[in-house]
Design a protein around this ligand. Sequence first.
Ligand code: ADP
Ligand code: MG
Length: 334
Amino acid sequence: MKSLRIICAFLLLIAVFCSCSLDSKYSSEFFAMDTVMSVTACGKQSETAVNAIADEINRLDRLFSVQNKNSEIFRLNSEKQLNPSDETLELITRSIEISSMTDGAFDITTEPLSRIWGFYSGLENRVPSEKEIKAVLPSVGAEHIKIDGSTVSLDKSTSLDLGAIAKGYSSGRAAKILEENGISSALISLGGNVRAVGTKPDGSPWSVAVTDPDNSSEQIGVLSVKDRAVVTSGGYQRYFETNGKRYHHIIDAETGCPAQSGLKSVTIVSQDDTLADALSTAIFVMGLQKAETLYNDNNDLFGAVLITDSNEIYITENLKDSFSSYHSYEVIKA
Ligand code: ADP
Ligand code: MG
């Protein structure tokens, strides 16, 4: 499963760094947050900045990881009450806001469900019984998280997993580090989370591929972007198969089962990395119709490329000028 994610992480990206003079370009690849990450930057301070980003992401991983016994999230999940760092508090608060923005489709309390489906390393993937799912569902939902000043408390059986938003937050932090180092041309790829910083060194926009969900070595189109996060969530990224049926890792908190909304891939484009990450997961759960409503209300905040189970492609109107594809597609108007 991990190897598939690694391949996907590489294939999502088409980066062309032709005109950056060799001495000012620096790239690094590292493994964090359970995925392969890479950063390539152009500019005098590129080496310093890229190394600082790797350190920063490892630091954030130690705060947000659901499995690292020393992380703040792990401690909160075991002790049910914690005064976390400002950053963890900020990300939990933001997650709750996005839960209400998406009518609960985005839900960081799905941890016990991910657990019974065996989606954590060290566990075995399995299809839980209906009884098991029913037993867990009452502790799922943002209403089971209380924030009082800087104290976060969880109801007795509630646990958090920031896996659908932590990489987005981290790529926002990475972009900030590049900016602080005066870098105006870089490409960050944290698994399926891409951040295009500025333009390519020649001043043209970055090209980010939208992967074909049925064949991750192919693409269904390309987005031309400057200063944007481009984040994809799909059922093809992490899954297991039993009796010919595929079960992926994005859970619908209403059913307790892998989401079946009729979408197989959701790519979000936004200036806000954290929002892009959370919305790619949320819209994957919500499906096409609810995505249209969300876009209508928030077309200044994000754009989307959606691929349905029957291979139709939809793009939001605000991406009309940045998306190119050999396939035909429908445009969702605001
Ligand atoms: P990935 O991190 O694999 O690129 P996502 O950003 O879509 O993909 O996040 C999926 C992860 O988020 C799951 O592995 C799980 O930890 C968690 N998760 C699963 N379902 C939900 C949900 N409905 N809302 C928020 N987080 C979820
Ligand atoms: Mg996500």
